[in-house]
Design a protein around this ligand. Structure first.
Ligand code: ATP
Ligand code: MG
Length: 473
């Protein structure tokens, strides 16, 4: 970050948005407080892109509605029982929430929503100090009762209240810590880290939907592998994604096989780099498949008589385990199916590297991958994490070769699908000839015309054919 002054200037510019200026004026005129809060304050400060604008106010939900509806192009109150009103103002989406001072039910972990009376009170019940900052509008006064600016500068995730209490109130905050590590590259403060290790098992009380939403955000972040490490190291992964910590197979000195866990995280980093190099947005299906591609290994590991380690059919088992786990986490069906399918296919390419494939094998690879082909390319390439440079280069060039052949075949087959405007029967009828080499010659002439000029239709094609026939004679 350049400087605090620069960061604060960015925050002020955010408050300059005309929609916000109008909104702030309306609340102020009605005698209510309004402040930008949480994510957008944090992100503007860090110079990250800000999408949705979260605001907080002392006005209660019905009052928020009264004030917002006249200004809004659209509004919704799905979060009304939690005190949240959403609205579209021009190009911006805002979510306005009444100050809260929540109490937590220790058995269901559902917050019992209570409205609060002060901005400071609302801020101190939030998850991390970096998310507990607000900018009062229209005055643009920064409110930071828990030292969020300091922690933003230090790159630290710290809970405003003692971490045991905070995580005890809402165990999801531990997953959010892993998510923010992945998104921001921040580190969980020592005491909070210990608290997370101690309370890891309580994540089981949180609904799978909330857990998977955080997992989704974590996996889509640039530092996804760092986020996964937090989950594994604290022991949270044991309860939400146990197949991943299970990848830490004990190292067998004789077999000297690599640590599958480290391999999977390296592959994930590689896949994220390739995804970007190849011009894609972060892709959940790909990233989940890369993280989970070897989860079939622990259960299929065999030490062969010669001492070699094998993992027969770990692709098939891995697909099955991934399907079950992602279903349990309530990921949508399409995502579950696609991730499982990629895992099932992830070893196919190694057959290509081992020996030449026929065109039909290449075609089958493309057909089996279907819509997932690009992700299979990236997964297969990312799976090569060997430190042996020569081996890595050989595999990479084998995959280049496979992609080239796929491109050539695709082009040929598209070309093959193109037909001239007249078929053989029509050519014979127009020219009054019988089957023979001239029919093929005429066919190829019309195909050239078709490729050069596009579709002509019957009449034009017949004229061209007759002209060609006359000149040829
Ligand atoms: P983004 O929207 O970019 O994912 P965010 O920080 O806005 O990130 P949200 O999940 O939208 O995260 O939550 C909005 C704000 O609400 C957070 O910044 C934080 O202040 C607060 N918050 C969200 N979840 C919790 C929670 N479980 N416990 C305490 N405070 C929370
Ligand atoms: Mg948000």
């Amino acid at each position: 970050m350049e400087s605090v002054a620069e960061a604060l200037a960015r925050l002020e510019r955010l408050a300059d948005a005309p929609e916000l200026v109008r909104l702030a004026a309306v609340f102020a005129d009605a005698g209510h407080e309004l402040a930008l809060v949480g994510g957008p304050v944090r992100d503007a400060f860090l110079g990250r892109p800000v999408s949705d604008l979260d605001l907080t106010t002392d006005a209660e939900p019905d009052r928020i509605l009264e004030l917002v509806v006249p200004l809004a192009d659209a509004h919704w109150d799905i979060g009304r029982e939690f005190g949240t009103i959403g609205a579209r103002l021009g190009g911006t989406t805002v979510e306005i929430t009444t100050y809260r001072s929540d109490a937590y039910d220790r058995t269901t972990r559902k917050p019992q929503v209570r409205f609060g009376t002060s901005l400071e009170g609302d801020l101190t019940r939030r998850d991390f100090t970096i998310n507990a900052m607000a900018l009062r509008l229209p005055g643009r006064v920064l409110v930071d009762p828990t030292g969020g600016v300091e922690d933003l500068l230090a790159g630290v995730l710290r809970t405003p209240s003692p971490p045991e209490e905070s995580f005890g109130d809402d165990p999801l905050r531990m997953m959010r810590a892993a998510r923010f590590t992945a998104q921001l590259g921040f580190a969980l403060e020592g005491g909070a880290y210990s608290a997370a290790r101690e309370l890891a098992a309580t994540i089981g009380m949180v609904s799978p939907e909330r857990v998977s939403e955080e997992l989704r955000k974590l996996m889509l972040a640039p530092g996804a592998s760092a986020g996964v490490r937090v989950l594994v190291d604290t022991g949270i992964a044991e309860h939400v994604l146990p197949e991943v910590p299970a990848l830490r197979l004990e190292i067998d000195e004789h077999a000297r096989h690599k640590d599958v866990y480290e391999h999977s995280l390296t592959a994930l980093d590689r896949a994220i780099a390739l995804e970007q190099e190849r011009g894609h947005a972060p892709e959940l299906v790909l990233r989940l498949a890369v993280l989970l591609h070897d989860i079939g290994k622990p259960a299929t590991r065999r030490i062969e008589p010669g001492g070699a380690v094998t993992f027969h059919h770990h692709d098939v088992l891995g697909a099955k385990l991934a399907r079950a786990r992602l279903r349990e986490l309530r990921f949508d069906n399409d995502t579950v199916k696609a991730v499982a399918e990629l895992i099932r296919l992830h070893l196919r390419f190694f057959g290509y590297a081992a020996g030449e494939w026929t065109d039909s094998a290449v075609r089958r690879y493309v057909r089996d991958a279907g819509d997932l082909l690009e992700w299979l390319h990236i997964l297969s390439r990312a799976d090569v994490t060997t430190r042996n440079r020569r081996k890595a280069a050989t595999l990479a060039s084998a995959y280049d070769d496979l992609e080239r052949r796929i491109a050539v075949l695709a082009e040929e087959e598209e070309l093959a699908a193109i037909r001239p405007d007249l078929d053989g029967e029509q050519i014979m009828a127009v020219l009054g000839i019988r089957p023979g080499p001239e029919v093929g010659e005429a066919y190829r002439y019309l195909l050239e015309v078709r490729l050069d000029e596009g579709e002509l239709g019957y009449d034009l094609a017949r004229d061209r054919l007759l002209k060609w026939w006359a000149e040829r004679a």
